[in-house]
Design a protein around this ligand. Structure first.
Ligand code: HEC
Ligand code: HEC
Ligand code: HEC
Ligand code: HEC
Ligand code: HEC
Ligand code: HEC
Length: 226
């Protein structure tokens, strides 16, 4: 998606293009589990989709350790121990596209960049990628589908932002400050934050609306910020 379409020069060309082994390996690395061993593509080992071992690494030693009741010697990778920016850019970003990957790829410009959540969040003004309150897992449980109800995300925003009422009441402001809520309040609304500040954007050809992770004030008629 997002790469320039070229006019096929022959019938063969129109049928598609041959994918080199390198590139095929990358497709399988992001879209399947256990298909890659070093540089080798092992389609007989492939588990379709992103399952446990795609994120936690091989589980055999872990199972052996747990069966032997060696509970302190887990032998399994837990991405929950990573710092917020490492988790977003290096871990989730290895498949969902990190800021670095997007910024060094000049072919992918415009609307299609909304697909790359780690990049969008990283370039969101004021939103510090090192902040634990903005970890990917602050809003998503990687073991469940993303929550579609916008109200679910209000407390995530209000972990940092003050409420409108604190603008009027010193007591409320003080209470909020003691909870670490010191960032600007919204002058417009006090709920359903993501419905205005993380708009859903249809990428032509994908038949899907992506959620813009560049948290921002959307001005009517403003072009999509690259
Ligand atoms: C860096 C990781 C990465 C690589 C490499 C990659 N993909 Fe994807 N692909 C994704 C992610 C993440 C999605 C889902 C969200 C999106 O569209 O960004 C996706 C979406 C897709 C979809 C749409 C899926 C659907 O359910 O509609 C197709 C088809 C697809 N990829 C095919 C490929 C093929 C073929 C290759 C190799 C030429 C490839 N991808 C390489 C990460 C990757
Ligand atoms: C998309 C990546 C991803 C996939 C797939 C995934 N996990 Fe996780 N898992 C994580 C992350 C990230 C955390 C840390 C969560 C956190 O910090 O809130 C985690 C945490 C865990 C934990 C908790 C560890 C602890 O210390 O509390 C367990 C147990 C776990 N995963 C098991 C599984 C199992 C079983 C599967 C397959 C059914 C699975 N995971 C699939 C990313 C993933
Ligand atoms: C190994 C590659 C890989 C990693 C690592 C990964 N993802 Fe994904 N993720 C995908 C692909 C590919 C899809 C598209 C759906 C599919 O193929 O299962 C996806 C889909 C999703 C979805 C949408 C699911 C839905 O049902 O609509 C969310 C949310 C998501 N990933 C969040 C995360 C988070 C958060 C992390 C880091 C903790 C992460 N992913 C790490 C590859 C990955
Ligand atoms: C402040 C909350 C928040 C944070 C932090 C966050 N997301 Fe999301 N994300 C959302 C919301 C809201 C949706 C839309 C859910 C829905 O309506 O389906 C979403 C949807 C997604 C989807 C589904 C495709 C799409 O674009 O709609 C993916 C994939 C995803 N997020 C990945 C990530 C990754 C990776 C990170 C970390 C870099 C991350 N998110 C951090 C709020 C967040
Ligand atoms: C880790 C704390 C934190 C979290 C969580 C957070 N924000 Fe922010 N946000 C900030 C800071 C800091 C700024 C910069 C404020 C300034 O300009 O002084 C900011 C700026 C903004 C702005 C103004 C951006 C612009 O265009 O100038 C909006 C709108 C916003 N946040 C909405 C949200 C929404 C909606 C959520 C939840 C989806 C959210 N924020 C989550 C800390 C946070
Ligand atoms: C109905 C749409 C809508 C909803 C819902 C909404 N906002 Fe806003 N928000 C706006 C608009 C429009 C502005 C710009 C106002 C202006 O510049 O006069 C704004 C401005 C902001 C700002 C920047 C304030 C400043 O002084 O620069 C922040 C921060 C913010 N909103 C956070 C939030 C949070 C957090 C929530 C949820 C509790 C939220 N918004 C809900 C529309 C909304």
């Amino acid at each position: 998606m997002g790469y320039q379409l070229t006019l096929p020069s022959s019938l063969e060309d129109a049928a598609g293009r041959a994918i080199k082994l390198n590139e095929a390996r990358e497709c399988f690395a992001c879209h399947s589990t256990a298909a890659i061993n070093g540089l080798e593509l092992q389609l007989d080992r492939l588990i379709p989709g992103i399952s446990c071992e795609a994120c936690h690494g091989p589980g055999r030693d872990h199972i052996a350790a747990m069966e032997a009741k060696r509970l302190n010697d887990k032998h399994i990778f837990n991405p929950g121990k990573m710092e917020a920016d490492e988790l977003a850019q290096e871990f989730c970003g290895s498949c969902h596209h990190s800021a670095e990957q997007v910024l060094t790829n000049n072919q992918l410009q415009g609307l299609v960049r909304v697909r790359f959540q780690p990049y969008r969040l990283f370039t969101s003004r004021g939103h510090d990628p090192d902040e634990a309150r903005l970890r990917c897992t602050a809003c998503h449980n990687p073991h469940e589908d993303p929550v579609q109800d916008p109200a679910f995300y209000d407390p995530k925003c209000l972990a940092c932002h003050r409420s409108g009422t604190s603008l009027k009441s010193a007591a409320v402001a003080k209470a909020e400050e003691s909870e670490g809520r010191t960032d600007k309040a919204c002058p417009v609304a006090q709920r359903l934050c993501v419905s205005c500040h993380m708009p859903k954007i249809e990428v032509p050809g994908t038949h899907f609306q992506f959620t813009d992770h560049r948290i921002r004030t959307v001005k009517p008629g403003e072009p999509f910020p690259n």
